[in-house]
Design a protein around this ligand. Structure first.
Ligand code: SIN
Length: 204
């Protein structure tokens, strides 16, 4: 199987994001995070507030070759998939435009900036940005059973650490926010069961 040229895909993703000019001239922009951006804010921000966006659901359907896996053995991380009536809970950060250089690099494995309405927990709304890896990006893995996703996460690791840390940090960050996500929590439970069951060798 030919390997995709990941560095040129990453560069193309960054270039598309840099051309996104929707908020040009704004001194501050709200960014909505729903995955590692909830629990790992490695960038300066002015304010941070629990928030949600509508019409999207969180799924472990995006491959990670650069953070939680490798090009030959990708891990799984979350992206958002459109779903009518769905609400995705997360964290919104008020940032200055200079922060996008760092974020574009961090999210370069297929995540594109998209403008979205963000609803804060007090019901007020603002227009901001979210990074979404859609099904057309080369790293997209798509649907699998929550058990198979847990198995892939259990065996994957990359430069940012074990894939299981990503899942467990996300699940506990959602609990700290007082939010439930059945998909994330089901995968977390499968992972816990996999860790309890010793691996069996199928050969006699
Ligand atoms: C996000 O957290 O908003 C994007 C996905 C990720 O970086 O995990």
């Amino acid at each position: 199987m030919t390997q995709p040229d990941l560095s040129s895909i990453d560069a193309a993703t960054i270039a598309i994001n840099q051309r996104m000019n929707k908020f040009d001239g704004h001194e501050q922009v709200w960014l909505f995070g729903y995955g590692s951006l909830i629990y790992k804010a490695d960038f300066p921000y002015i304010e941070r507030r629990a928030a949600s966006i509508e019409g999207w659901t969180r799924r472990f359907w995006q491959g990670s070759h650069d953070h939680r896996g490798t090009p030959l053995a990708p891990g799984r991380v979350v992206t958002l998939v459109p779903q009518a009536g769905a609400v995705c809970d997360g964290m919104a950060y008020l940032i200055t435009p200079e922060v996008f250089a760092h974020l574009d690099h961090r999210e370069k494995n297929g995540y594109l900036r998209l403008a979205t309405d963000i609803t804060f927990d007090d019901g007020s709304k603002v227009e901001g940005l979210v990074y979404i890896a859609n099904e057309e990006n080369a790293a997209f893995l798509g649907a699998a059973s929550e058990f198979d996703i847990a198995r892939q996460i259990a065996r994957s690791s990359g430069p940012s650490g074990p894939n299981s840390d990503y899942l467990l940090h996300l699940a506990s960050a959602l609990r700290e926010l007082g939010k439930a996500d059945p998909h994330v929590f089901a995968i977390e439970q499968h992972l816990a069961q996999l860790r309890e069951t010793p691996a069996t060798d199928p050969t006699p």
